[in-house]
Design a protein around this ligand. Structure first.
Ligand SMILES: CC(C)(COP(=O)(O)OP(=O)(O)OC[C@H]1O[C@@H](n2cnc3c(N)ncnc32)[C@H](O)[C@@H]1OP(=O)(O)O)[C@@H](O)C(=O)NCCC(=O)NCCS
Length: 170
């Protein structure tokens, strides 16, 4: 049975190796996603409730993190990274981690989550090109790979160029 729960300090070492192994198989990888997580945990943009692990067979098999970004005046979310151990990929675990994260993010009152990744994958969980909402990346990226999902309705326009935590090095 798959369990999804908030990460705690005892998980850090295992999460490090899960992300490292997941991204070894990735089509696009900066090669340091596991270190990005270590740095983001120390950032003021870290949200402990949105650092989630997936447990199966008594071990951590997947990890997802959403951290704070700014879009104009608003504090919203970036999904990065998401990694599933190679042996456990394509079994719906990534999707469940994303959906659980979205539920928590909704309750916390965020309006948008942004992701840079495969349009084929993230469109399955509701992401559309961020440009449809007037949200832009602070770097050059193909339109279809910079995506957003609206989590909560808002009366105000949240548009503009995304500002990332300095830990992303953008
Ligand atoms: C990409 C990743 C997070 C997906 O998680 P997952 O648990 O394996 O995937 P799910 O079971 O939720 O979804 C499976 C579906 O996504 C598709 N999919 C899986 N990986 C994909 C990828 N890299 N690009 C596009 N589609 C992908 C599968 O073909 C499958 O499609 P179907 O439902 O039409 O059959 C996982 O494979 C992974 O950790 N990959 C390595 C690290 C990585 O690339 N992270 C994402 C960075 S954007």
């Amino acid at each position: 049975m798959l369990e999804i729960r908030k990460e705690n300090e005892n998980d850090y070492a295992e999460v490090y190796s899960v992300i490292k192994m997941a991204f070894m198989t990735a089509e696009h990888s900066a090669g340091n996603e596991q270190d990005l997580v270590v740095n983001l945990r120390k950032s003021r943009n870290f949200i402990p409730e949105l650092s989630l692990v997936a447990i199966q067979d008594n071990k951590i098999v997947g990890y997802i993190l959403f951290t704070k970004i700014r879009i104009g005046e608003y504090e919203e979310l970036a999904l990065a990274p998401l990694g599933i151990l190679p042996k456990y990929q394509n079994q719906g675990i990534g999707k469940k981690l994303i959906e659980e994260g979205h539920q928590i993010a909704k309750k916390l009152g965020y309006h948008y989550s942004i992701v840079l990744g495969s349009q084929n994958y993230y469109s399955k969980v509701g992401y559309v090109p961020a440009s449809q909402y007037g949200i832009k990346a602070p770097f050059e990226v193909p339109n279809e790979n910079y995506m957003a999902i609206k989590l909560n309705d808002t009366d105000v326009e949240i548009t503009g160029i995304v500002k990332y935590a300095k830990e992303f090095g953008i």
